[in-house]
Design a protein around this ligand. Structure first.
Ligand code: COA
Length: 151
């Protein structure tokens, strides 16, 4: 069993001109790649080995990231199932002068722990340390059922 804190990730990026679209805001595909990498590190910290992205759903771009912005990515485990796990990732724009952060992106990703042949392997359970952890795990269970029904 592992705690949610064991696998939390926070990483920062600066939105550079090469990340921008024609409007001077971050290209969505680039931000999605940052989200995938951040969440994959959470998944791999939890299961202790390779985890592949099985699905990304509910990815929302809530506010733009502009060239020069500091983007702060955070990810954490919502739930551990058999060989799969749901990871949540958010991206915030940080005003480095005031420390104020604005939510720009949120996403839910499912990773599967696999062996060297790509075969799914069981993962450690997730310890819910507080009511918030328990609520996240319960909500993730409902989403898993809907997600798998739509597969
Ligand atoms: C994800 C993958 C390993 C699942 O393998 P599979 O042989 O279909 O495995 P199973 O049907 O036995 O499912 C294994 C687990 O994956 C979950 N899963 C499979 N497809 C899923 C999907 N689309 N969304 C969410 N979970 C999924 C299952 O629920 C199961 O989880 P559980 O063990 O917690 O119950 C396989 O489809 C794969 O390798 N996909 C490509 C991954 C990839 O290349 N990602 C991008 C680069 S990292």
């Amino acid at each position: 069993m592992k705690t949610v804190d064991h696998s939390r990730v926070e990483k920062t990026e600066i939105v550079l001109p090469q990340h921008a679209n024609a409007l001077g805001t971050a290209f969505g595909g680039t931000v999605m790649s940052w989200v995938d990498v951040c969440a994959a590190v959470t998944a791999q910290r939890h299961c202790g080995r390779i985890a592949v992205t099985a699905s990304i759903d509910a990815l929302h771009f809530r506010a733009p990231l502009r060239v020069g912005d500091v983007a702060v990515l955070r990810s954490w485990m919502n739930a551990a199932f058999g060989s799969s796990m749901e990871v949540e990732c958010i991206v915030e724009r940080e005003d480095t002068a005031t420390g104020e952060r604005v939510l720009c992106v949120d996403a839910l990703l499912t990773f599967v722990n696999v062996d060297d042949q790509g075969k799914p392997l069981r993962i450690p359970g997730l310890v819910a340390g507080c009511d918030e952890d328990r609520a996240r795990a319960k909500a993730a269970q409902g989403r898993r059922e809907r997600r798998l029904a739509q597969r």
